[in-house]
Design a protein around this ligand. Sequence first.
Ligand SMILES: Cc1cc2nc3c(=O)[nH]c(=O)nc-3n(C[C@H](O)[C@H](O)[C@H](O)COP(=O)(O)O)c2cc1C
Length: 187
Amino acid sequence: MTIFEALKNRRAVRNYTTQSVEREKIERLLEAATFAPNDRMREPWHFYVLQGQALANYETLAHDYLVERFPTKPNLVESSLKVVQTTPVVIVVTSDIVEGDADATKDNVFAVSTAIMSMWLVAEELGLGFVWRTRGVGLVHDPAMHQFIQAPANQQVVGTIFLGYPAEEKETEKKRTSYTEKTTWLS
Ligand SMILES: Cc1cc2nc3c(=O)[nH]c(=O)nc-3n(C[C@H](O)[C@H](O)[C@H](O)COP(=O)(O)O)c2cc1C
């Protein structure tokens, strides 16, 4: 598979089988992330791998968040929670905050984003289903996640990765707007 093919074939995969993900494969993703480009070699990422009891605790966190957010929508709470209950591994990814330097802090988030993309491509190579979540049970924009993983104050949560073996054939090519409509050539 060429890099171009991998980029084109990669999909967000949200449904997984009950098969657990081998530790070596998780480590392969984590190692891939560390090769990502990053300004001044700050290597601003940290990974919190949730399995076993930690994953069960995350389910409780997600439940409490959903019930509070959607008190009149029990079906939505149930379906969102099912997503967590059926995910074999969750990896919460953080980016370092550089005190007093908003630009460097932003650059760190850019770097961590490239690291997550590296993980996503390697997941594709290993036959794993992967999705980067921020909204809803991803809890990226809610301080509860930061507290849950007990991250230090100088780390901000950037992504919650859901990982497992795909339960179904992944979507084929997803329609994209041509780069010609997204590019301005300046000369
Ligand atoms: C920063 C970011 C946040 C995302 N958050 C969510 C999310 O909260 N829930 C979700 O189901 N998918 C989420 N996704 C996955 C996108 O929905 C998905 O990448 C998009 O639909 C394109 O589909 P594809 O990845 O299969 O090409 C996120 C992706 C990115 C890059």
